[in-house]
Every structure is written in C-alpha cells, then in structure tokens.
Design a protein around this ligand. Sequence first.
Ligand code: PMV
Length: 308
Amino acid sequence: MGRDAFTAFGPGKVILLGEHAVVYGHPALAGPLPLGVTARAVAARKCALSVPKRLTGAKRKLLLEAFERAASACGHPAVSVSLESDLPLSMGLGSSAAVSVACARVLLQAAGRSVRPERVAAVAAEMERVFHGTPSGIDHTTSALGRLIRYRKRSGRPIGEVRAVDCPKPLRLLIALVGERSPTRVVVAALRDRRERWQSRYVRLFAEIGRLVEEGRTAIESGDLEGLGDAMNVNQGVLAALQLSSPRIDQMVYRLRRMGALGAKLTGAGGDGGAVIGLFREPEPAVARLAKDGVRCFVAQLAGPPAL
Ligand code: PMV
C-alpha cells in the first residue's frame, strides 16, 4: 500500500440480550461479528466518498450526509474513501454501525489523529445519528471496541457505559437470516408509541429485560452456557410480548431449539424478519443442515477461548 493509502475495518455486531430496552437506559450485551465493512482511503484533491453503485436515491443521500458529518469531525482530510462489505444489510447485524466505524477509523488515520476506540466511537456516533436518529449507541460502540461488552446508554454522550465481558468457555452462535424487515427507526418508533399508550406494563417489561441481561452476564462470566441460553429464551418471550417477533422469526427460533440450541432469539430490532441467533456448543452441524435447506446462516464466536 502507498504512503498515502489507508485501510480500516468496522465489524458488524450481534446483540446477545437486551435490544430495545437499551434505548430506555437498561443494559444490554453485544459482541462483534467476523463480517463487516472495509473502508479504503487514497490521496485525493478533496475529502469524498465514492458511494457503492447499488445504492441509489434516499439511501445514497443518507450515506453521503452521514459521511460528511464524519469528514467534518476529522477536519476533511484530502482522501477519497471507498467501501466494501461482506455483511448482510438491514438484518439487525449493525451494517450502518460497521460503515460508520470503518469510515471513522480510516478518516482519523488519514487525518493523522488518534484511532483509540473511544475516538473512533465518537466520530462513528455522528454518522449513526444520521442513519438512526436517536440510537442507543450499542451498535457502533461494540463495533469500535471489537469485543463482547455490557453496554448502557448515557444520555447526551456519544459513548455509553462499557464493561468488558469474558467467558471461560467458547461462546458460539449460529446466526440465521430470516428475510427482509422494516428499518430499525420504524420499529423503534412504533414501540415508543405502544410504550406511551401502555406505559406501566411496557416499563415493567423493559425492566425485566434489563434483569435478564444481568443474569445472562453472570452466566457468561461463570461459563454457564445453559443459564445464558435460558436467559435468551426468556428474552425472546418478552420481545414477542412487546410485538417485536413474527411468524418467520418464531419458526426459526423453534427450529434452532429443536436442533439443540441452548437458547434462541431474534437479534437487533426484529419486527418482520432480520436475524435469529442460536447458542450452540457446536453450531457447525446445524449450519450445514440449514444451509442445505437454503437458509443463509453462519457461525460467530463472541467470547472465550478458541473452540477446538
Ligand atoms: O439496527 P439493529 O437492528 O441492529 O437494532 C439496534 C438495536 C436497538 O436496540 C433496537 C436500537 C438501538 O438503538 O439500540
């Protein structure tokens, strides 16, 4: 690579427990995926993004607006940035956060500034606000830190309260895609309306999700994968009660459990489709069976020693 070229990676993320409740100040657990977005920057006359050709109309405009925020936060270094992604888009796997972190990192590098994760997360937050309006920050924080974390939002701050979470055993997930879904901001807004209407019940259910997150974290730290799986199953039940699941999601959840998952649930915003995660000691046989039936799925290890 030339002296004036830079490359940076932003991983996608998976929320293990606590989505949606995290928007209301409860903790959540999330870890990075091996898939993500790579940003490349080469010297140019001015700071610009070359937008992937398949992006048109409103999505193109949004990406350019988000990039301009990050470019401005980094002092507009004179580079042209291009993007490459192997992450499924709009599936609850943090694709916009991965774009934000990859752009933030490469622009900071090109500007000769610090690429400490906190700095990267602060610049990425500028982009995420364009994509999502009022995100909790869990997506870009997990992507910037690149490890399993317990996250809690702090109002008015670009990066929330973060605590590293370790597991003495391999924590391995099967991630299955179950189809198109509405944008996160639409699902979050509809839930906000329901919460306003039935406040005391919804507040109670969000608090329950927060408790499941803490129980799940304790289970992870003591290597109790069965305990974590049970917390995931109950979390799925509460998400379904909040009208965030769907027949397609439910079918995959039950299928993964029948195939031996210790726990299974939707991940991310949910709604009509998106991604479903299953916790397995050995996910490979289930991946092979699902792939044979045409289901898009893959394995990710979120924490713990390498699986043998
Ligand atoms: O955009 P997704 O599907 O990865 O969902 C993000 C998680 C939410 O809790 C639903 C929203 C947020 O801002 O935390």
